[in-house]
Design a protein around this ligand. Structure first.
Ligand code: DGJ
Length: 583
């Protein structure tokens, strides 16, 4: 993806005479040009893909509301200022199909308008979550005229033929009704917000996938499952063979690497007949070892791949209908495979999980991002799996506690994060005995550093680290040095805190800015024959309006007698260090 300036530069360099043409074009159509380019969009800027809002990169310091809060404007009234005070800049909030289209074709956007106005009054932005045909796998948000008409809007069936409370994604009628409502929503958002851009992006559906079964077993689904894998998917896989996600490619190759055939011929056998899917994979009981390892294995992949294709095709059409009305970034979110939910069907089978990213890319090319709801402890492992093949990382749901605060600092550096959003943010907004909650303090720091973070994300001169009990130290290679990061210790603190995190920026040769809490950092050249080196100077300070305002000059105990930085566990600080070498 080229940004518009780069694109213009390339055209002009190839053929200077086009300069006049481009100039005339811009003069003739200034308002149209400005409008198209000012819509929130994703753009590849140097080493990072960033969200551009009103012409500038924007870091989403988000928070997702509980599911029902925003159904009442009165209930929401006191929440907005509390979130703003926590340095949240974007609120993720549902828009529910049943509330905007209670009768077929009759739309009511009162709530949408009210939320946009409330957000504006509090200087906040919004990402709307389209709770359409599915939310957490099931179909509780479609309007009654959809829910009650199973003949027109068919449901999935389990193996025994029982209906699930889940609409089947194989239905064109359901897809068209969902897409029609979503398009009306996007048209309305363009009308009321096309100039102001309070609404930054859209999540399409919520954690889609089949629960209680590994795949849809309705008659229509069984028929499609027995037919050939669509040529469109097969062609995509062959074209992208070298860059396919490795675990997905292995499933395909283990089944013989065929380029045509039925789903089971191409991707192997599905779930054995008669095997019931429990709610959690603890039942039937597993040994602790099985429980620990099962969630990283794949089971009956064909069922998951088949469903991923059905959901991707459905969601892809909803996205297309919405973007035709108002083209802002759109993403889908995933309920991840995890310890208690290891088998497809105990987590939503066919959702945008890392193992089926390629299927989603093939089926829904209009989507901008596939996003994990990242609650599991293995934050780095999942963030890494989601950034493979260039997927920009946006985390719409996660923890908002001390762990979340450590991870968010690390992730904006390490994964060039677009945004982070703890779930149930309105419950974490009260200040405790230690003042504002950890996430508010981390957001304050990130807001302060944001001009620097976006610039260094583009240059690729940024990293981050989060520590916990299982990962009490980490090594980071950045600039010309290896940084060893571990829990900050002092002679006064007996034990490590549970979590610590920092964002690290290489600001020049032998110069770093490190911001966060509870870490110590030492430097080496990463070889055994490093020259002797030390810290020339360490300053604590803040950024105000992009300018560094120095505070204390740190030395002695505060720099561990010259051996490294120490960011205290008690509060968030920013430190600047210059290294030097001596003989
Ligand atoms: C994940 C869902 O996406 C959210 O809407 C919410 O239901 C949370 N789970 C609840 O923990």
């Amino acid at each position: 993806m080229l940004n518009s300036t780069e694109y213009m530069k390339r055209i002009i360099m190839k053929k200077p005479s086009t300069l006049l043409f481009v100039f005339a074009l811009v003069c003739l159509m200034p308002s149209a040009y400005a409008q198209v380019n000012s819509l929130p969009h994703l753009s590849k800027e140097g080493a990072a893909t960033q969200l551009i809002v009103d012409g500038k990169p924007f870091l989403v310091l988000g928070g997702e509301l509980h599911n029902s809060s925003s159904s009442s404007l009165e209930y929401m009234q006191p929440i907005w200022p509390r979130l703003a005070a926590m340095h949240v800049n974007t609120v993720l909030t549902p828009v529910c199909w049943d509330l905007i289209e209670p009768q077929e074709g009759k739309f009511d956007f009162t709530l949408v308008d009210g939320l946009i106005q409330q957000a504006r009054r509090n200087d906040l932005r919004i990402a709307f979550l389209w709770f359409g045909s599915w939310k957490n796998g099931v179909s509780t948000y479609p309007p009654a005229w959809v829910k009650t008409d199973s003949a027109r809007f068919p449901r999935m069936k389990d193996e025994a033929g029982h209906p699930l409370e889940t609409l089947s994604p194989l239905s064109a009628a359901t897809r068209d009704a969902d897409a029609h409502a979503f398009a009306a929503l996007m048209r309305h958002i363009r009308e009321v917000d096309g100039q102001t851009h309070t609404v930054l992006m859209m999540q399409v559906e919520n954690e889609v996938g089949v629960l209680g079964e590994s795949r849809d077993r309705s008659a229509a689904a069984n028929e499609a499952f027995g037919k050939a894998v669509p040529a469109e998917l097969m062609q995509y896989l062959q074209k992208h063979k070298d860059t396919l996600i490795p675990e997905f490619r292995k499933v395909w190759e283990d089944a013989g690497g065929r380029t045509s055939g039925t789903w089971e011929q191409v991707f192997g056998p599905g779930k054995p007949k008669g095997l019931a899917i429990p709610v959690r994979t603890l039942s039937p009981p597993m040994t602790p070892e099985e429980h620990e390892t099962a969630w990283r294995n794949l089971y009956w992949s064909v069922d998951e791949i088949f469903m991923a294709w059905q959901y991707a095709r459905f969601v892809g059409q909803v996205v297309q209908a919405g973007k035709a009305e108002y083209n802002i970034p759109m993403y889908v979110n995933a309920w991840l495979q995890q310890r208690d939910h290891a088998w497809p069907g105990t987590y939503p089978s066919g959702g945008p999980l890392p193992q089926v990213v390629d299927v989603w890319r093939a089926g829904a090319p209009g989507l901008d991002m596939l996003s994990p709801d990242l609650y599991v402890q293995e934050f780095d492992e999942l963030a890494t799996r989601y950034t493979r093949s260039g997927n920009p990382l946006f985390i719409p749901e996660s923890a908002g506690d001390a762990r979340g605060a450590a991870n968010v600092l690390a992730a904006f550096g390490q994964y060039k994060l677009i945004g982070y959003s703890p779930f149930g943010i309105e419950s974490t907004s009260a200040a405790g005995p230690d003042g504002p909650p950890a996430i508010a303090k981390a957001y304050e720091l990130l807001a302060q550093l944001s001009p620097l973070i976006v610039a260094h994300q583009q240059k690729g001169t940024i990293a981050g680290v989060a520590l916990d009990k299982d990962h009490p130290s980490k090594k980071i290679q950045l600039g010309n040095y290896t940084l060893s990061v571990s829990f900050a210790r002092s002679w006064m603190t007996a034990q490590n805190p549970d979590y610590a995190g920092a964002i690290i920026i290489s600001t020049g040769e032998g110069e770093y800015l490190i911001a966060g809490k509870g870490v110590s950092v030492t430097f080496s050249c990463g070889r055994t024959d490093c020259p002797a080196m030390g810290l020339a100077s360490v300053e604590e300070g803040t950024y105000t309006g992009g300018a560094w305002i120095p505070g204390r000059r740190l030395n002695g105990d505060e720099i561990m007698s010259g051996t490294g930085l120490r960011l205290p566990s008690e509060n968030y600080t920013v430190q600047k260090v210059e290294l030097y070498q001596y003989r």
